[in-house]
Every structure is written in C-alpha cells, then in structure tokens.
Write a protein that binds this ligand. Sequence first.
Ligand code: ADP
Ligand code: AMP
Length: 218
Amino acid sequence: MRLVLVGPPGAGKGTQAKFLAYHFKIPHISTGDIFRANVAVKSSLGVKAKNFMDAGDLVPDAVTIAMVRDRLAHHNAKRGYLLDGFPRTVPQAEALTNTVTDLGTQLDAVLELRLDDEEVVRRLSGRRTCHGCGRVWHTELDKPEVEGICDACGGELFQRDDDEPETVRRRLEVYREQTAPLVDYYADAHLLRTIDAYGSVDSVTARGIDALEQAAAT
Ligand code: ADP
Ligand code: AMP
C-alpha cells in the first residue's frame, strides 16, 4: 500500500501513522520527523529547515521535495509506505504524483483526518514526544504510566518547540492556506477517504483501517 495522511497539525497523524504502518506492514515516513532529526544533529538540511519550523512556516518546496524523492527511492519503500506530513502544498502533491509515476507505481489512497481547531489546540498544548522511539503522548488525553517517560521504550519525553500557542496559530493558518487545497486535489483524483478524528486513539485507528481497506478493495 502507498498511502498519504493529511489533516491539520494535531489531528493525530503521527499517532495514527504508527498503528496504520504496523497494520499494513509498511514504513512510516514523516517529513516532520526527518526534519527534526536533521535539526538535532545540525546537518545542512537541518540548518536550512530550522528557522521555518520555529516560525511555524513550511520548509521550501524544493528542499522538501528533494528529500522525499530520495527517501522514496530507498529500498525499504519499494513495497509501500505511509507518508505523514507530506505533501503539504499543491506543488508537493504534483511532485509526488510525478515521483510515484517515475517509479512505476501509484498511490492507493489519501486518508484525511478531520478535527476542528479547538480540539487541535487542546491536543497540541499537551503533546509530548519520546526522544527514543518517537511515540507521541499527551499530558491528559493519552498519558504514559510514569510522567515524562515513554511506556513503549523507556525514553524521555519532550515538548516540541513549535507547540507553543503563537506558533500553533501560525501552523493552523498555514494549513488552511497551503495544505487544505490538497483535499480537493485528491478528491478529484478519486483517492481521498475522510474520517472523523474524534474519539479514542483506538477508535480512530479502527476507522482508518476500515477506510483504507475499502479503498484498497476498489
Ligand atoms: P499530528 O501528527 O497530526 O500533528 P499527533 O499524532 O502528534 O498529531 O497528535 C497530537 C496530540 O494529540 C498528541 O499529544 C497525541 O497524543 C494526541 N492525540 C492523538 N490522537 C488522539 C485521540 N484520538 N484522542 C486524544 N488525543 C489524541
Ligand atoms: P510535523 O511534524 O508534520 O508537524 O512538521 C513540523 C514542521 O516541519 C512543519 O511545521 C514544517 O515547518 C516542517 N515540515 C514538515 N513536513 C513538511 C512539508 N511537507 N513541507 C514543508 N515543511 C514541512
């Protein structure tokens, strides 16, 4: 399966991607995770991305598209993948269409997670991420057993710099202006499946699996 997740920041894409990728036995490719890892080691890609990320803006298309093209050519993406956080602009979506075609493949489905701004802000304000395995937690909505420590791997949890309220507002604006048009783009391509992202993590996963299995069967 070659899948894409879309939805506003905080909709639960990263959370769901872990479970969906496990279910469909495909790698989870998060452009946000790749950028953060590069920022952490101050690579040239990280240096290019950092200021945009800190401001809640998108990293320029040319940089992002080249990075994803490389990642999709990797051998472990040959039999499928779940893209999380890419594409985020129409030019990125067009580049992805060209890349999958050049590789002799096609996308199977695009899953949209829908959630309103109020719930997005609530989710982002308590988000904590594991330094070890990348698992996402929440201080109230999805707590680990021991505060600040990941149940899955024992790693330490951190709060993302771009989850402060002013940056969250900017990221929501960017989503509306630059990413929301992808919903029509993929509806026109007959790839879009939309699900409600409310409810427990498990119930959203079940909805997602259902929608994607239906898409694969058509
Ligand atoms: P995204 O990748 O779309 O930005 P995340 O997966 O990082 O979103 O989720 C944002 C926050 O919301 C995290 O703290 C996560 O634990 C929490 N969260 C995700 N899904 C749910 C859910 N169904 N119910 C409650 N909290 C959730
Ligand atoms: P995320 O982890 O998906 O919330 O992404 C965090 C940040 O990384 C975003 O706010 C952007 O600055 C940057 N980023 C991630 N994916 C992309 C993308 N596809 N295009 C441009 N910037 C991106």
